[in-house]
Unconditional design. Sequence first.
Length: 278
Amino acid sequence: MKNNMGVMQGRLLPKYQGRYQAHPIGYWQDEFFQAKEFSLDCIEFILDFNDAERNPLLTKGGPLEILELSSETGVVVKTVCADYFMEAPLHSIEESIANKSYKILQRLIDVAVKISITDIVIPCVDQSTLNSKEAVERFVVQMKKIIPTLEKQNINLSLETDMAPKPFIELLDKLNSRNITVNYDIGNSAALGFDSDEELEAYGDKISDIHIKDRVLNGGPIILGEGNADFDRFFNKLKEFDYNGPFIMQAYRDDEGLEVFKKQKEWIKKIIQNSYEG
């Protein structure tokens, strides 16, 4: 398997302000060593809305510290999940919010260039869903402005949406850039009741980042293999495409410790290997 196996930031550490899906300010450095212990290749960094200016991605010395930890542990940061934009959508109807978020995105791209990040995941779900024609139009305007920079610097904006395959591919066609790519979340797709074969046929060649978790239909996260995601089917279809991005473990985590994460990691690794080697 040529792809890197990584973890969503926070999954290997104690909760931060009651959440695993968070940038753990004050002890984020520890995850590099934990990831190394678990033989993981990378961490997908999170940029939260709260305390964004304290995130090392946006502080003066933070990017260098990230590089130093990567050098020390061999665990790299190639992708960022910009949850900031769930709280402050780039396509917000409030111009002041949209403008500030656009400036944050520009800063993220600048940092990405400096520390060799390849993908910034833009979540268009929940509060930032593209659930109307007007929202899509505002989003397209913002993306069109940033695309020249993306193409010049060769940084991907990887879109994570709750859109069905047809409207999503229509959006991608409107944007028409090699650097506007797809973040595919296996668990979210299952929860929405989408057909993974149909999704991959629509935009499998545009996927640059994959989140691995399981969910029940219309429900929340659950241990891998116990929800509605058909992992065997997904990975058997994925191998038809030249996917060379990371597999990011965003899997269920509980308060009992890391053993549940470790078991899920080994389980999904076997699924992926069997699909690619079978």
